[in-house]
Design a protein around this ligand. Structure first.
Ligand code: FAD
Length: 405
C-alpha cells in the first residue's frame, strides 16, 4: 500500500471524489482517495439526484449554477458517463405565507440570471399533468433545474480522478487521523499508515466520527432521508418538470418511466454512527414506508398519483444536517492541514462539482476562488453549541428545506 501522499481524501462519496478529481485534474500529484467500502457505495447513489437552482443566498445560487454547468459537461470533463435531464421544476405554495416566499424567490432568481417565473396553477398542471391545481396558491417555474442519475456521480469523479493519477483505496478504513503539535501528519488505516500533510474529512455520515477520534468537534447530525420509486406510469415522461410542495416538503421527479418521490418529514431520525457498529453500511439503515405514505396523504389533492402508483423501489441514506442549513467546507482552525467537505444538508451531491473544485483550489492555492466564509468550519466557535440545540436547529432546517415559513 502507498505510504506517502500529498493529500489524503477520506470518503469516496460525491463530495470526496469530486475533491480528489479537481485536485488531480489541474496537475496535483500524490492524491489518495480512501473508502472503507466500495467507491461511491454509501449515501451518494441513494440520492434523488435533483438540482435546485433557486437558493436562499446569492453564494449558493452562484455555486449551484457552477455545479449545474459541470453536471452538463461531466462526461467531457471526467470521461465518465452521467445521465441528466434539464426538466425544470415547479415549486408549489399551498399557504398564503408561502406565496410571499415564492415571490421573493422569483425576484432573487431573476436578479441572478435564472430562468424563473410565477405561473398559474392551471399552467403548472399543463406542464406537469400529475400536479392538480386544487388547493394550490402559487407556483414558481424554474427552467434551470435538472436531475441526474445519482449512482454515476461519485463513481464517475473517482474513476476520472484515477485516470488523472489519483490512487483509489477502496475497502480501506481510516481509523485515526494523525495530528502532531496541531498539524496533520497522515492517517492510520486498517492497511497501515499513510504519511501526508493534508487530510480531507469527506466521510459523509461518519464525518464526526473521523473528526472526533482526534477530539475535533464538528456540529453536524447524521439524518435519515428516504424515497420511493414507482413502477412505470402512463404519461411519466422524462422531461416533465419536477414538483416540490413547499409546506409538505414533498418532492417528485420522473424516473425510468415512473416517478421518484420523497419527503423532508417533521421529525427525522438522527443517528449516532458509533452506536451502529463498525460494519454498518448505509444499506443496513432501517426504512420506514409509513412516513412516506403519511405525506402522500397530505398532498393527495395536489399529487393524487402518489397514493395510487405502485412502488418499485424504497431506498434511503444518511445525509448530514447542520444548524444553519449550510455546508461545512474548508480548513478547521483546530488542526493545520485538516479540511472538511461535509454538512451536505441533503443537497451535497448536486453541488459536489462546485464544492469539490472550490475546496481543491483552497488546498492547492491557500484560498478559495470565491469567498466561502458562510460555509467555513471556522464559523462555529468551539463549544458554542449543545447537542440538543444542534438537533433542534438541524430538524428545523431539514423540515424547511423549501423555504416554507
Ligand atoms: C433519499 C435521499 C435523497 C437525496 N436527494 C438529493 C438530491 O436530490 N440532490 C442532492 O444534491 N443531494 C441529495 N441527497 C443528499 C446526497 O445524497 C448527499 O448530499 C451526498 O451523497 C453526500 O455525499 P458524501 O460524499 O458526503 O457522503 P457518502 O456518499 O456517504 O460518502 C462518504 C464516504 O465516506 C466513507 N467513509 C466513512 N468513514 C470512513 C473511514 N473511516 N474511512 C474511509 N472511508 C470512510 C463511506 O464509506 C462513504 O463512501 C439525498 C440523499 C438521500 C438519502
Amino acid at each position: 500500500m502507498i505510504r506517502e501522499a500529498g493529500v489524503i481524501v477520506i470518503g469516496a462519496g460525491g463530495l470526496g471524489a469530486a475533491t480528489a478529481f479537481y485536485l488531480v485534474k489541474p496537475g496535483a500529484r500524490n492524491v489518495v482517495l480512501i473508502d472503507k467500502y466500495d467507491i461511491g457505495s454509501q449515501t451518494s447513489p441513494r440520492a434523488a439526484g435533483m438540482v435546485s437552482c433557486v437558493r436562499k443566498s446569492e453564494l449558493m445560487i452562484e455555486l449551484i449554477k457552477l455545479a449545474a454547468g459541470r453536471i452538463e459537461r461531466f462526461t467531457e470533463e471526467t470521461g465518465q458517463p452521467l445521465d441528466w435531464v434539464r426538466s425544470g421544476s415547479l415549486k408549489v405554495a399551498r399557504r398564503a405565507q408561502d406565496v410571499a416566499v415564492v415571490e421573493d424567490d422569483v425576484l432573487r432568481g431573476r436578479r441572478l440570471g435564472l430562468d424563473v417565473e410565477r405561473i398559474s396553477p392551471e399552467e403548472a398542471h399543463r406542464l406537469n399533468p400529475f400536479l392538480e391545481p386544487d388547493g394550490v396558491a402559487a407556483v414558481m417555474r424554474v427552467g434551470d433545474d435538472m436531475y441526474f442519475n445519482p449512482a454515476q456521480v461519485a463513481v464517475g469523479f473517482a474513476r476520472g480522478a484515477e485516470a488523472c493519477g489519483a490512487t483509489l483505496l477502496p475497502h480501506t478504513a481510516v481509523t485515526r487521523v494523525l495530528i502532531e503539535r496541531g498539524e496533520v501528519t497522515g492517517v492510520e488505516t486498517n492497511g497501515g499508515t499513510i504519511h501526508g500533510p493534508i487530510v480531507v474529512d469527506a466521510a459523509g455520515a461518519w464525518t464526526r466520527q473521523v473528526a472526533e477520534a482526534n477530539g475535533l468537534r464538528i456540529p453536524l447530525v447524521s439524518t435519515a432521508q428516504q424515497l420511493f420509486v414507482t413502477d412505470p406510469l402512463p404519461g411519466a415522461r422524462a422531461d416533465l418538470p419536477m414538483v416540490r410542495v413547499m409546506d409538505a416538503a414533498v418532492y417528485v421527479r420522473p424516473c425510468d418511466g415512473g416517478l421518484l418521490w420523497g419527503v423532508y418529514e417533521e421529525d427525522p431520525r438522527f443517528f449516532e454512527m458509533d452506536s451502529l457498529g463498525e460494519r454498518f453500511q448505509i444499506k443496513d439503515m432501517p426504512l420506514d414506508a409509513a412516513v412516506l405514505w403519511r405525506y402522500a396523504a397530505d398532498v393527495r389533492r395536489q399529487l393524487p398519483v402518489l397514493l395510487k402508483a405502485t412502488v418499485r423501489e424504497h431506498r434511503g441514506g444518511i445525509p448530514t444536517m447542520t444548524a444553519d442549513g449550510q455546508h461545512i467546507v474548508g480548513p478547521t482552525p483546530a488542526a493545520r492541514g485538516f479540511f472538511f467537505a461535509s454538512g451536505c444538508n441533503v443537497s451535497g451531491l448536486s453541488i459536489s462539482p462546485a464544492l469539490g473544485d472550490a475546496l481543491a483550489a483552497w488546498i492547492l492555492e491557500g484560498t478559495p476562488p470565491i469567498d466561502l466564509a458562510p460555509l467555513a468550519a471556522a464559523r462555529f466557535a468551539p463549544g458554542s453549541w449543545s447537542e440538543d440545540e444542534l438537533r433542534q436547529q438541524a430538524r428545523w432546517q431539514y423540515r424547511h428545506f423549501y423555504g416554507s415559513v
